[in-house]
Design a protein around this ligand. Structure first.
Ligand code: 11C
Length: 320
């Protein structure tokens, strides 16, 4: 978030960094200065206009209201408020108009990273032809599970090359050279919470509770950027050429679809970039109006920090 605020020249007057006792006293760089980390408490938000929360659901549950009470607008990166009917769930390229609804509760929710890149790619198709059904399988990088998970992939890879035992702490199984069909916890119906988030959040953001959606979320040994295979059924027919023409003009999307030239979205190339990359566009002849897409985005940028900062940019541009 600090990096993206600085890169985009966000007009920051004062930046305060709030965290737990454990991090207090550290100094972190911003705008050529070293800013001390302070301990978060109920009085932390005096004179704050925008509070970006990204410290887990329990912290948002405990402190978001304190920020609102002090006069700040909260942009929350956790899942805590996402499905609350009074709280807008926003991806600026898709439903920026919903930012107006922050007036009700003073909070705007940032969706799950896997949802964000899917709706950026699908909204233009939804507007052009309607969407009746989505089948999505994800290939999610370890950075979605945090810094320690990234370290675990590195350590396991090194251990395997040195014929040493692999230790598993962040994932239930070895992640190096493996794919784990398990992200977040399992629910009684056999789906994971990550999969259910993709279903529920997509319906809320596209404002269409009728869309049939099913998801399979898989962790893969990639450090950064999530990839998704998306099969979509539209209400009216779109050819692969139509989809390319629509997505070429779509906000936030970069079309990368030249399979003959071996050119298609890749996690390694999307990392550090802001766009949602779409390629491998094909008609699915097994159903009447089917399209297949391969969608890749940097989960830490568009999937999290960038989306939050884009919301903040619209807030200060249009609402203050
Ligand atoms: C992952 N998508 O890759 C998750 C991380 O609801 O904000 C983000 C979880 C969330 O593990």
């Amino acid at each position: 978030m600090r990096k993206i605020l600085a890169e985009r020249l966000f007009p920051v007057d004062t930046l305060r960094l709030l965290a737990s006792e454990r991090s207090a006293g550290q100094r972190l760089a911003f705008g050529g200065r070293q800013i001390p980390v302070e301990v978060l408490d109920d009085d932390s938000f005096e004179d704050i206009d925008i509070a970006l929360f990204s410290a887990g659901s329990s912290v948002s549950a405990r402190y978001a209201q304190a920020a609102v009470d002090a006069g700040a607008v909260v942009i929350d990166n956790t899942s805590h408020f996402r499905m609350d009917d009074e709280i807008p769930l926003v991806v600026p390229e898709v439903n920026a108009y919903k930012i107006a609804d922050h007036a009700h509760r003073g909070i705007i929710a940032n969706p799950n990273c896997s949802t964000i890149q899917m709706v950026v790619a699908l909204k233009p198709l939804y507007d052009a032809a309607g969407i009746t059904r989505i089948v999505v399988s994800t290939y999610q990088s370890v950075s979605g599970a945090g810094r320690r998970a990234m370290e675990e992939l590195g350590k396991q890879t090194a251990a395997l090359f040195n014929s040493q035992e692999v230790e598993c702490e962040q994932f239930p199984h070895q992640i190096a050279f493996n794919c784990i069909p398990h992200i977040d916890s399992f629910l009684p119906d056999g789906y994971t919470k990550e999969e259910v988030k993709m279903v529920q959040e997509t319906r809320k953001i596209l404002d269409d509770p009728e869309i049939r959606i099913t998801a399979t979320a898989v962790r893969v040994p990639v450090f950064c950027s999530h990839s998704e295979s998306i099969n979509v059924e539209t209400r009216t027919k779109l050819s692969a050429g139509d989809v390319r023409a629509i997505l070429r003009e779509a906000p936030g999307v970069l079309l990368q679809d030249d399979p003959q030239g071996n050119d298609y979205p890749l996690a390694t190339q999307a990392t550090g970039k802001d766009a949602t990359y779409v390629g491998r566009i094909r008609e699915d002849d097994s159903v009447e109006n089917g399209i297949n897409l391969w969608v890749v985005a940097d989960n830490l940028r568009k999937g999290a920090a960038l989306n939050a900062v884009q919301i903040a940019e619209i807030l200060i541009r249009d609402y203050h």
